[in-house]
Write a protein that binds this ligand. Sequence first.
Ligand SMILES: Nc1nc2c(c(=O)[nH]1)N[C@H]1C(S)=C(S)[C@@H](COP(=O)(O)OP(=O)(O)OC[C@H]3O[C@@H](n4cnc5c(=O)[nH]c(N)nc54)[C@H](O)[C@@H]3O)O[C@H]1N2
Ligand SMILES: Nc1nc2c(c(=O)[nH]1)N[C@H]1C(S)=C(S)[C@@H](COP(=O)(O)OP(=O)(O)OC[C@H]3O[C@@H](n4cnc5c(=O)[nH]c(N)nc54)[C@H](O)[C@@H]3O)O[C@H]1N2
Ligand code: SF4
Ligand SMILES: [Mo]
Length: 666
Amino acid sequence: MTTAATHCPYCALQCAMTLRRVDGAVTVEPREFPTNRGGLCQKGWTSADLLDHPERLTGPLLHGRPVSWDEALDFVAAGITRTQQEHGRDAVGVFGGGGLTNEKAYTLGKFARIVLRTSTIDYNGRFCMSSAAAAGMRAFGLDRGLPFPLADLGTADAILLAGGNLAETMPPILRHFAAGNLIVIDPRVTATAARATLHLQNTPGTDLALANGLLHLAVAEGLLDSDYIAARTTGFEPVRATVASYWPARVERITGVPIEDMVRAVRMLGGAGRAYILTARGAEQHAKGTDTVSAFINLALALGLPGNRGGYGCVTGQGNGQGGREHGQKADQLPGYRRIDDPAARERIAGIWGVRAEDLPGPGPSAYELLDGLGTATRALLVFGSNPVVSAPRARHVTDRLRALDLLVVADLVMSETAAIADVVLPTAQWAEEDGTMTNLEGRVIRRRKLMDPPEGVRTDLDILAALGDRLGVAVLAEPEAVFAELGLASSGGAADYAGITYDRIDAETGVFWPCPDPGHPGTPRMFEENFATPDGLARFVAVEHRPPAEDVCEEYPVYLTTGRVLTQYQSGAQTRRVGRLPGELFVELHPDLAARLGVAAGEPVTVSSRRGSVTAPARVSETIRADTVFLPFHWAGVNALVNPALDPTSRMPEFKVCAVRVEKP
Ligand SMILES: Nc1nc2c(c(=O)[nH]1)N[C@H]1C(S)=C(S)[C@@H](COP(=O)(O)OP(=O)(O)OC[C@H]3O[C@@H](n4cnc5c(=O)[nH]c(N)nc54)[C@H](O)[C@@H]3O)O[C@H]1N2
Ligand SMILES: Nc1nc2c(c(=O)[nH]1)N[C@H]1C(S)=C(S)[C@@H](COP(=O)(O)OP(=O)(O)OC[C@H]3O[C@@H](n4cnc5c(=O)[nH]c(N)nc54)[C@H](O)[C@@H]3O)O[C@H]1N2
Ligand code: SF4
Ligand SMILES: [Mo]
């Protein structure tokens, strides 16, 4: 028997688990850890089902034909060289994922910048927490999803959760929530909202107005922390002036939330000893997502919470959604959360990589813009850890763009919908077959530990990148611990400083929180207690105004569509749809009033159409959703054809959470 103390392959909670292998069969057991406290959700429990799954990829494919690794890699390297000779370096792009280990995310960024020397690299995290990251940067000077350990939530007298359904998306996290103090903002009565003391059931896309309205009430009710505002922040006056026009009746009209509920919410937060404000994708995935998060941060600052009597945090989503955004797979970044357009950062990273700073490319296009430019600006694409055919906004168009490429290379464990249209498919190892580190939603760096070797014919992502590097004439490290040591050096002095973290230390200490600049440093579980990471140490208020969604309802498309997740499926579903023990099928959630108007009974098919596409699925008729809104989970192909790719001007986040649709009987 062999065992490995590792963490779940799926979401950012990174629940701890023990894997055991007896006679070739792998079992999963939850493991006690400060995050999951001994819990796992169904996805974690069933995660090992994919290890020996019949649909697992076990050898490289070239135009659907099994080939040797040499043939596949030679073909890819030749395609890259030819494309760059004909169309320039930026014509070869890379699309990464927030599920990749830190070592892989770092290597992917390095591979793009020094092997391909392309600026065309971004990743699916752009579709995830980028709005919260941008708002956190501008308020606090730094983005770490939760700047405090999860256990701190247990000390809260009040928690406001805007646009998160944690009972389905990270069930064990609720072990940190005490009873009787939760306020949830969601257009649906989710399993999470049903547990809340107070549920604000707003119209999709109106959180910014609601947050400004709550701050208006905090001013009116005398709940501001004036000493904190004076000592720790700057820029409050323009915000006070802005929220003055968000009087309760106006906000009720925009959001649909009753005035008395807003008053109750603000009194719960203002009257609490300790309070936290959390945002998740429901509030963030909008063309005004960054400003919406700023509005919630303004509220947190005005009440004196961050680094004082609670805080603000973004609940990051993907397994390594935090680390994946720090080490260089983002279009505008170098390792350590450095900016790629910062001359000092370029000098430093170029020195570590053994190249000249002037040879490093500059910032490239953001995820949706990159995908939109396939077949024109970008002629060849390498995809590691994402399935955009299902998960990208305006997915049918994105699929057409992927098909227009001269060369599409996908590294995956299974034949995802994106792998299915690739020229070359490269089979990769799974989490139980590799070593590495992940940075969870708290900024805690933890270890992914190997249980066993990958099956014959399957290679790790690091190995694949190193083999391609060899063919293209640039050496790239493939051994995870060596990569982590280089990443530590590269991050040293940056915002996300990992220099003091080693595999041995993580093993000895239930993970280490960044920043951790040297081996003697204890790591930083709590940030901002003394200062914020801005030049003057003060947090910044940012005045923001509500505006309607990029695509509002009209006569032709009179209903709002919002999208999200269900408990038993993960993301594009490439993994979880293949796990027989995880139930699930696509459905349209709609209110009984809307169903009656359409003459549709529960279980009957309904067609939902936007300006971009349509999808038909059985009706799930439920009082839990607003009558002006329908909900579709995005785990099945076809849904994202409807989604509006309108982008947030700052974060470049698409508007996944609201667009206008027509609902009819097929
Ligand atoms: N089961 C499961 N768990 C997951 C994942 C998964 O795919 N499946 N993915 C992981 C990842 S990457 C992420 S990012 C997280 C996401 O975690 P969450 O943010 O919790 O998930 P979502 O379901 O996308 O959105 C949350 C809620 O936002 C609501 N919502 C929709 N529009 C609005 C709006 O305009 N305002 C507000 N306030 N709410 C709105 C939806 O009704 C939904 O209940 O989950 C992680 N965990
Ligand atoms: N309508 C709508 N669309 C959304 C969202 C929404 O709320 N609504 N949410 C958005 C969000 S928050 C996210 S994070 C994205 C996620 O959407 P995707 O980026 O598509 O995420 P996954 O389905 O996790 O894709 C991961 C792929 O990589 C494979 N994989 C897993 N691990 C590894 C690995 O270690 N190496 C390699 N090479 N491959 C691996 C998996 O099998 C899978 O095919 O979707 C976004 N799309
Ligand atoms: S909550 Fe997230 S990390 Fe925990 S078992 Fe479920 S999917 Fe895995
Ligand atoms: Mo995500």
